[in-house]
Design a protein around this ligand. Structure first.
Ligand code: UT7
Length: 333
């Protein structure tokens, strides 16, 4: 079977945090943030919004576009590092919220979570083990960001993206993929406290350990090295080259990283999807959110060849090359 994306949806909180708002919180400027990252604003959750509430909204949209009922799902795979609880999996909360009755589990590949989930869904669908798999990337990083750390607080936003991967007879869908990880330096991007190694204590709360900690320039160098090569690997497996891509959807972490990857792949700006200016880095949600907006803007049509690539904490990376086969007629549904 071919594994086609038949449904897509996204959800972001209404609440917007602009660069001007951040200027009032930390020693930063709109000029610095825009020139170093490309970000102008990001959506952030209120206390009663969580990963599961955003994921359910995005998933309901995706199911409607796929013309499926929740009970048609065979599996829910959800990528996040900011689940509602340490356990149980947020995918289980989403399953209940949707009214589905299938297997449900979270995966932890940070910003690469949706790509990892898509590759897993492809394995189940292409082997005939599942017919419809819901893949979600969701993150509410604002809840674990230190709003006094200008090195991280300007970067991240909250959101969810969901896709339905369905078995299809039509040639296309996921054509090639690559996944990778290098766990040698977890401290380059991590949340030190809150896991079993450093349970949260009064002392480590005072030392900011339960917040995101990042060596920005190290991650930047890793990302510029990895994005282009990962995309190329997935394209080779799909018997394609970068020139065959109609739309490149890279992880939205930093405009300069996106530009470096696009240069390496020799892709002109009109083939590169960018929305980082409005959302910041929404981690696992970034690529599926971008995919939803690309479809809304008519930049993905049946037959379009699309390349998606992401990198993140772990460090992890992954890319998929796909050919779109589903109708996009009910855009805006
Ligand atoms: O999804 C994966 C998640 N992470 C990433 O993708 C992050 C990848 N890294 C980056 O995007 C960039 O490294 C950053 C945007 C985080 C930082 O940009 P940079 O060009 O690498 O800056 P830098 O860290 O080398 O810092 C340059 C200067 C420093 O000041 P000094 O030491 O030169 O005086 C920083 O303290 O910029 C300063 N700085 C800021 N200034 C104003 C760092 N953050 C800010 C800020 N506003 N928000």
């Amino acid at each position: 079977m071919y594994s086609a994306i038949t449904g897509w949806g996204m959800a972001v909180p209404e609440n917007i945090l602009t660069n001007a708002d951040l200027e009032r919180l930390v020693d930063t400027s709109d000029d610095w943030i825009v020139s170093r990252t490309g970000i102008r604003e990001r959506h952030v959750t209120t206390p009663d919004e969580t990963s599961s509430t955003l994921a359910i909204r995005a998933s309901q949209q995706a199911l409607a576009r796929a013309h499926l009922a929740p009970t048609d799902l065979d599996m829910i795979i959800l990528g996040t590092v900011t689940g509602d609880y340490s356990f149980p999996a947020t995918a289980c909360l989403v399953q209940d919220g949707l009214g589905a009755s299938c297997a449900a589990f979270d995966i932890q590949a940070a910003c690469t979570g949706w790509i990892y989930g898509m590759v897993m869904a492809h394995q189940f669908v292409s082997t005939g083990a599942a017919r419809n798999v819901l893949v979600i990337g969701v993150e509410v990083l604002s809840k674990i960001t230190d709003m006094r750390d200008r090195g991280t607080c300007v970067l991240f936003g909250d959101g969810a993206g969901a896709t339905v991967v369905s078995a299809s007879d039509t040639p296309g869908g996921v054509l090639g993929w690559t996944l990778g990880a290098d766990g040698a330096r977890p401290e380059q991007l991590y949340r030190k406290a809150g896991g079993a190694k450093h349970p949260i204590t009064r002392e480590n709360i005072d030392s900011h350990d339960p917040y995101i900690s990042m060596m920005g320039s190290e991650v930047f160098k890793f990302a510029t090295r990895t994005m282009g090569t990962a995309m190329e690997e997935a394209l080779v497996k799909a018997n394609l080259t970068a020139h065959d891509i109609d739309l490149f959807i890279p992880h939205q972490a930093n405009l300069r990283i996106i530009e470096a990857a696009s240069r390496r792949l020799e892709l002109p700006p009109e083939k590169v999807f960018v929305n980082i200016e409005r959302y910041g880095n929404t981690s696992a949600a970034a690529v599926p959110i971008a995919m939803c907006e690309a479809i809304d803007q008519g930049r993905i049509m049946p037959g379009s060849r699309v390349g998606c690539v992401a990198f993140g904490a772990g460090l992890t990376w992954g890319a998929i090359a796909l050919q779109w086969t589903a109708p996009v007629g009910d855009v805006g549904a």
